[in-house]
Design a protein around this ligand. Sequence first.
Ligand SMILES: CC/C=C\C/C=C\C/C=C\C/C=C/C(=O)SCCNC(=O)CCNC(=O)[C@H](O)C(C)(C)COP(=O)(O)OP(=O)(O)OC[C@H]1O[C@@H](n2cnc3c(N)ncnc32)[C@H](O)[C@@H]1OP(=O)(O)O
Length: 280
Amino acid sequence: MAQDLVDGLLIKARSHLPPPSEPLGKLSKRDRKGVAVIKLKNPPVNSLSLEVLTEFVISLEKLENDKTFRGVIVTSDCPGIFSAGLDLTEMCGKSQAHYAEFWRAVQELWLRLYLSNLVLIAAINGVSPAGGCLISLTCDYRVLADNPKYNIGLNETLLGVVAPSWFKDTLVNTVGHRTAERALQLGLLFPPAEALRVGMVDQVVPEDQVHSTALSVMAQWLAVPDHARQLTKSLMRKPTADRLVKQRDADIQYFLQFVSRDSIQKSLRMYLDKLRQKKG
Ligand SMILES: CC/C=C\C/C=C\C/C=C\C/C=C/C(=O)SCCNC(=O)CCNC(=O)[C@H](O)C(C)(C)COP(=O)(O)OP(=O)(O)OC[C@H]1O[C@@H](n2cnc3c(N)ncnc32)[C@H](O)[C@@H]1OP(=O)(O)O
C-alpha cells in the first residue's frame, strides 16, 4: 500500500502542544522506504510564526542528516488551509530585534528548503497565499487539490508590502518572468486551473487523491540516482540562493527599515483588522 511508504513528522506550534514532555516535532524512524511527511499544524491557519519557522528548519535538518530519508512530502494538517503565509502578528508592533530574528528565520527556512538534497513534494491541500505559496515553490514538484477555494500565489502587494527579491526569484524560476511580473504586481491568487495553466503547480487532482499522487510522483523522482539529481538541483538553484547568501545581513536591514515604516505598519494592521472583522 502506498501509505506504507510514508513516515510521519508533525510540525506544531508550541502553544498548541499538549504536555511539555512531548517532543515538538515527532520524527519516527519506522519508515523503510525513506519518505517522510511534514504536516504543518499551527491552527487555525498554519501561519508561519517564528516558532513554526524554527521548528520547520530543525525538522528538515534532522531529515537531511538522517540518511534513511530521501524524500519529504510537505502538506498541511489544517483542513482547507495549506498555510496563510508569514504570521502577520510577527511583523506588527514588535521590536527591531524581533523583526531581525523573524526575518533571519524566514531566510533560513527558504535556504534550507530551496537547497535541500531531499526530494521535496508539496501536497497542497488548501489555500496558500504569500509565504504559504513560497514554501510550495521551494519544493521540486507541486500537487494541488482541485477545490476552487484553494487559491495560490504571492499576494504581498495586496497587503501593501513587497515580495522580497528572493521570493520573486523563486517565482520567476517556476513560472517565467512575464507571468511572475504580472502575478507579483497584481498580487494574484490563482485558482487551481489557472495555477496549473501558468505553471505555478505541476498537477491538479481531486482532493482525496493529493496524498497518493504526491507519493506516486515521489517514487518517480526517487528512481533517479540521488547524486545525479542532487547535483542537477544544485546547478539549477544555487545561483539564486547565493544571491541571498551573499547579502543576508543587508537583506535583514532592508526588511527592518521597510517593516518599521509607519505606513507599512499601518497597512499590516489594517489588513489584520480586516481579517479579524470578517467574522463579526
Ligand atoms: C523589498 C522588500 C524587503 C523586505 C520586504 C518587506 C516586507 C515583506 C514581508 C513579507 C512578505 C509577506 C509574506 C506573507 O506571507 S504575508 C501573509 C499573507 N497572507 C495572507 O494574505 C493570508 C491572510 N489570511 C487569509 O486570507 C485567511 O485567513 C485564510 C484564507 C488563510 C483563511 O480564512 P479563514 O476564513 O479560514 O480564517 P480567518 O478567519 O481569515 O483567520 C482565522 C484567524 O487567523 C488570523 N490570520 C489569518 N492569516 C493570518 C496571518 N497570515 N498571520 C497572522 N494571523 C492570521 C486571522 O486574523 C484570524 O484571527 P482571529 O480573528 O484572531 O481568530
